[in-house]
Design a protein around this ligand. Sequence first.
Ligand code: FUL
Length: 482
Amino acid sequence: MKKIVLCSFLCIGFAAGIMAQQTKPPAPVYPIPSARQLAWHQLETYAFIHFTTNTFTDKEWGFGDEDPKIFNPSKVDAGQWAAVLKETGFKAMILTTKHHDGFTLWPSKYTEHSVKNSPWKNGKGDVVKEASDAARKAGLKFGVYLSPWDRNRADYGSPSYIMYYRNQLKELFTNYGPIFEMWFDGANGGDGYYGGKKEKRKINGATYYDWPATLKLVRSMQPDVLFFSDAGPDIRWVGNERGMAGETNWNSINPDTLYAGKAGITALLNTGSEDGTKWIPAEVDVSIRPGWFYHASEDGKVKTPEQLFDIYLTSVGRGSNLLLNIPPDRNGVFHPTDVASLKGFKKLLDERLSHNLAKHAKVVASNTRGNAAAFSGAKITDGNRDTYWATDDGITTADIEVWLPAAKKISYVLLQEYIALGQRVRSFVVEAQEGGNWKEIATGTTIGYKRILKIDPVVTSAIRVRITGAKGTPLISNLALY
Ligand code: FUL
């Protein structure tokens, strides 16, 4: 008898071993993210810092004729920016090194419209240096915004300006350490000072900048940088500045006809396309205030912690990253109201989305790839983002149940796909166990890197997710309940 038990034990173990060996990971469903895009997804939340002469002229778009002397903060405390961001969960900061007015926050040797001609630190100051140093010291990544549109330059619109823009990139990308993201936007051309001409200039957004050559130059200096613009190539604009990614949000899109500033593409940018050929995920940029720059008149209009939490749900909670702008005031620091809001926002995140009730909960899946432990349902509650539940090839609809040790009140359901092998899920249903029956509590379309559903609170001992449509075998790396 003992022998039989021992044998069957060994045999089962042996068979399982063979099966595990034989069960290959699913093939990718293309497009898939690059390693640097994958690392970018994991940042989730980071900050924009809009700071320049506009802070002192009370404008949003400087004309380019500002006297550099107007830039005169009583101090610039980038250490405060970094400390607040770190404390409130942000992973990086992106600084407007030059906005549309052309004023450079670093002492560029290619222009006089610069901090070097301001009274701040007797013209010896360098905001880019202070910000990049402070970010790195706090363990935050650092990125730059360099406006392609320059309302100060006399030669804006002619080929020599492109050389000027590239020279500035050389300064930024060789003097300030690693830059994780370069941000350039589509606000291009229009009226400006232009060296005194004060006229309207129009450029051809599709051809003028010759972006491929510019990006190649930047990559030759820093191969790991990610480029953000309407059209990517690494990260795309989400199509609005209200903090809203599409409820359907594909990381894929066809970039062939996109370019920064092209009209009529905002809806497409918001959702991406299921059949897109390139992985270009959306980034949600939105300001904590109505404007991007600091205006004392907006001190009473700072977004509340609740508003920031809602934005978190419609950005990170829809598979995007959140780039939240916090503009330093005329003292060169974040305003106390903004700081209080950020702290309140972090508190809400901690209260509402940090205690995962599904951690190590029992999971039952309708199908498991090769019946292998490596792809079992348990992988969605193991707290490891590198493991995932997978189904057999050809199975694109499947159910997964999560059973809690006792009934709990659930208000949020969080799902994550294992996107390293491509985004797959196009529709799903969430159900709660109620008196022996499953009751639908939410439906969704895409999941992507992360999907957070706010539901009407329900007290239940089990949740079932039914994947009702997918581009390939669904790969779910995480399910959390709060
Ligand atoms: C836009 C700019 O025109 C705004 O001033 C702001 O910098 C925003 C983030 O990008 O294109």
